[in-house]
Design a protein. Sequence first.
Length: 165
Amino acid sequence: MIVVSDTSPLRYLTAIGGTEWLHLLFGEVACPPEVIAECLHRSAPPELSAWAASPPAWLRIIPVFATAVPPLDPAGLLDSGENAALMLAREINADLLLMDERKGRAVAGRMGLSVTGTIGVLVETALKGLIDFDEVIGVLRAQTNFRAGDAVIAAARRRLASIPR
């Protein structure tokens, strides 16, 4: 499975010590250098910067060859990391894009890309029996500025409840 990540899932998973879950779920994950630059930005959380400064072997940093803004973002609402992640996902024919930002997810959908975010990663990790979803969501909400609506959390819980383990 080819997976590309934007900054926000890396940021939140790093904050709760969960980046290794990406490796367990997907094997390798790719991201463009623009995402790493955002992770290393002086305003980034220290744990994210430390992680990005010495990324794990399963993280492939792949430059984007296209220089144009995604054609479905004509207003230029997305930042450079989001744009680069979208373009890389399209360039390498990714099976999945990891992105939390609503506007970026909408562009990904219009581009025909499959997309999930931090919540989706947590659901899949819980389905594998690696975490307790409610416990991890509680930690994520308590220790970070992660925002997900109650409806999104409820939908994740319904998905977990609907699949026998």
